[in-house]
Write a protein that binds this ligand. Structure first.
Ligand code: NAD
Ligand code: UFG
Length: 340
């Protein structure tokens, strides 16, 4: 069985990816410092797949912890690197935390991969690297624009670090995946998104409002240059997103003649406005969400959606889950975790 290290594997996207990896027959070792996730996620993964992945509680910024991990779990062939700090607002207030966590962790992994014969790394990047696009849908050849947050800058810098390392001849391959807006939860409601404190992102705020944990959802602006005035995003189901990682890993490890570095957008190719998403949630669940229109949120991109045709063509991957099903799954998960 091919052994894969998943950093940040108890997190939101990581846990869904561990499920898909195990279901595809990979053996998984997770490292996570539980700074933004919970050990019980392992139970959820085990309930779905029947397999409890190996778990190391540790920090990827600590190179000695990683050395011990590679020694204790010999034969790791690939890494999926999710572990990172990801709150845009927090990154503006605590830039050093973001630069240290997100960059040091990648440096450590890249440094150790040749030493322990790890062939490839899949890296979690974001459509945030494009900034405000000149046109939509946006493909991988679009220019990288200056980022407005330290978080976004760490993704840009990490992409450059990987590129430079590979062009310098490191004996590794990499696939960089630029996610658009991941939403939803596993249909089993065994795993999902677990935001700490007041959610900053749309879906957890919306589902918490539907569950009466929050009074009211604020729509940040209805005066954008879009058909209904609210911002437009490409909301991608987290299980669809997770599946792309399995395909990327297989391609990287098993296909000999692929480029050493490849970059893919992961999105649906459809732009949906914030108000349309709210409508989808209410239609799919029959639950009304109290909401009001508020001012714009500083730093928000007006509209961005993916041209995923490269991933469709080269990876043979495309999104399958309908947005209403995604909303139902998000709601089922929220109901499961809402304290009663
Ligand atoms: P998450 O916070 O749920 O998961 C990240 C996990 O990494 C958490 O479990 C956290 O405890 C762990 N972690 C953080 N720093 C660590 C460290 N130094 N050592 C060990 N573990 C550490 O986030 P997510 O939404 O699952 O995001 C996963 C990746 O995808 C991140 O790199 C994020 O930047 C990227 N991404 C996320 C989104 C999104 O909207 N969720 C969009 C684009 C890109
Ligand atoms: N929004 C609201 N009300 C809320 C929360 C969000 O109206 O309470 C709106 C935002 O203004 C935005 C849209 O919903 O127009 C989506 O906002 P999110 O915060 O959910 O997502 P973003 O597109 O701002 O950013 C997310 C992640 C970033 C990542 C980016 C691209 O937070 O880390 O997607 O992948 F970089």
């Amino acid at each position: 069985m091919t052994k894969i290290l998943v950093t940040g594997g108890t997190g939101y996207i990581g846990s869904h990816t561990v499920v898909e990896l195990q279901e595809a027959g990979y053996e998984v070792v997770i490292i996570d410092n539980l700074s933004n996730s919970n050990i019980q996620v392992l139970d959820g993964i085990e309930h779905i797949t029947g397999i409890r992945p190996d778990f190391v509680e540790g920090d990827v910024t600590d190179i000695n912890t990683l050395r011990k991990l590679f020694t204790d779990y010999p034969g790791i062939k690939g890494i999926i690197h999710f572990a990172a700090s990801k709150a845009v607002n927090e990154s503006v207030k605590k830039p050093l935390l973001y630069y240290r966590n997100n960059i040091t962790s990648l440096l450590n992994l890249l440094e150790l991969m040749p030493e322990y014969d790890v062939a490839g790394i899949v890296f979690s990047s974001s459509c945030t690297v494009y900034g405000e696009p000149d046109q939509n849908p946006i493909d991988e050849t679009a220019p990288i624009k200056p980022s407005t947050s330290p978080y976004g800058k760490t993704k840009q810098i990490c992409e450059e670090i990987i590129t430079d390392t590979i062009y310098a001849g490191a004996p590794i391959k990499s696939i960089i995946l630029r996610y658009f807006n991941p939403v939803g939860a596993h249909p089993s409601a065994e795993i999902g998104e677990l935001p700490l404190g007041v959610p900053q992102n749309l879906i957890p705020y919306l589902t918490q409002t539907a569950a009466a944990i929050r009074d009211e959802l604020t729509i940040f602006g209805d005066d954008y240059n879009t058909p209904d005035g609210s911002c437009i995003r490409d909301f991608i189901d987290v299980v669809d997103l997770a599946k792309a990682h399995v395909i990327a890993m297989r391609r990287m490890l098993e296909m000999k003649d692929t480029d050493k570095l490849e970059i893919f957008n992961l999105g649906t190719g459809q732009g949906l406005s914030v108000l349309e998403l709210l409508e989808s949630f209410e239609r799919a669940t029959g639950v009304k969400v109290p909401h009001k229109i508020g001012p714009r949120r500083e730093g928000d991109i007006e509209k961005i959606w993916a041209d995923p045709s490269k991933a469709n063509r080269v990876l043979g991957w495309k999104t399958e889950v309908d947005i209403d099903d995604t909303m139902r799954n998000a709601w089922r998960w929220q109901q499961k975790i809402t304290p009663t």
